[in-house]
Ligand binder design. Structure first.
Ligand code: ADP
Length: 265
């Protein structure tokens, strides 16, 4: 629909001018469509492991009742499927919690160096146990305040760090750090694994999008980066993804320093 509002007063010398407002009905329809697609996708993603679980239960009760070797094998698969369902539910709950959250207040500050140190502290030991070298870069100077919610930012960088460990493991090391410059700071997670081919990069933050599904891929839900994008949008910033296939990937987020952020609002 188009609304035409006359601006300017009658009797003025200059002719009134008109402001055209294009109200976007297709936008509302698209959002509604996204929501129904999302529910359909989420149900599908949950139903797949559930169907597999039911199938194995039937087999264990029936044909394989007395087959001890099959029991062990099927129980392992069932455990994987149950884990997959619980990961999905955790991610779906995270997404919906973020969606219903109030707006970020302009006076909320978080120390981004501390956020990154805390992620490295929580997840670093596990990465080291699995043979990855974890390097912290630029994190031991003084803190850097940005406008943000500490817990949400921890979730962002924990997701990025977990991905770097999961998909970059063949690169042998993972880097988490800060690059400071004049007005801002860039927080990043970098790995040296197989990287991401260019055609996938723009789609990575879509819900449920995964480059490799199934047996060839690592376990995951395809929701991690959409959660990241959501949180960063709330923080009025966004994710930049740079990757050279075969050499690794860098996921970076720019923030303005807190004082600068206040001056601009
Ligand atoms: P998940 O890890 O659960 O699949 P994400 O939304 O976190 O979901 O990631 C989406 C996809 O992006 C992953 O399935 C993977 O294919 C790709 N990806 C994410 N991080 C990396 C990385 N560091 N290196 C290579 N590919 C990545």
């Amino acid at each position: 629909g188009v609304d035409i509002l006359p601006l300017g007063l009658a009797g003025e010398e200059r002719p009134p001018f008109f402001l055209l407002l294009f109200r976007d009905h297709t936008q509302a329809r698209r959002l509604e469509r996204m929501r129904t697609d999302f529910v359909a996708n989420a149900s599908h993603e949950l139903r797949t492991p559930l169907a597999s679980l039911s199938g194995f239960i039937e087999t264990l009760k029936g044909p394989a009742r007395d087959d001890a070797a099959a029991h062990a094998r099927f129980l392992d698969i069932m455990q994987d499927q149950a884990r997959r369902m619980s990961r999905l539910i955790d991610d779906l709950l995270s997404l919906s919690r973020i969606e219903t959250r109030r707006r970020l207040r302009p006076n909320e500050a978080a120390d981004i160096a501390d956020v990154l140190r805390s992620v490295a502290g929580q997840l670093g030991p596990q990465a080291a146990d699995s043979g990855l070298a974890v390097r912290l870069v630029g994190l031991d100077g003084e803190g850097v305040l940005v406008n943000g919610d500490r817990d949400e930012l921890i979730q962002v960088f924990a997701n990025l760090f977990e991905n770097a460990c999961k998909y970059g493991s063949d690169g042998g090391r993972v880097e988490i750090g800060l690059r400071r410059d004049g007005e801002g700071v860039e927080a990043y997670v970098r790995d040296f694994g197989k990287g991401i081919r260019a055609e996938h990069v723009p789609r990575l933050t879509e819900r449920f999008y995964r480059v490799e599904e199934g047996a060839t891929g690592k376990p995951g839900t395809g929701l991690g980066l959409s959660i990241v994008r959501h949180v960063l949008t709330r923080h009025r910033t966004r994710l930049s993804i740079v990757s050279e296939p075969g050499k690794g990937a860098t996921f970076a987020v720019r923030f303005v320093r807190f004082l600068d952020a206040i001056e601009k609002t």
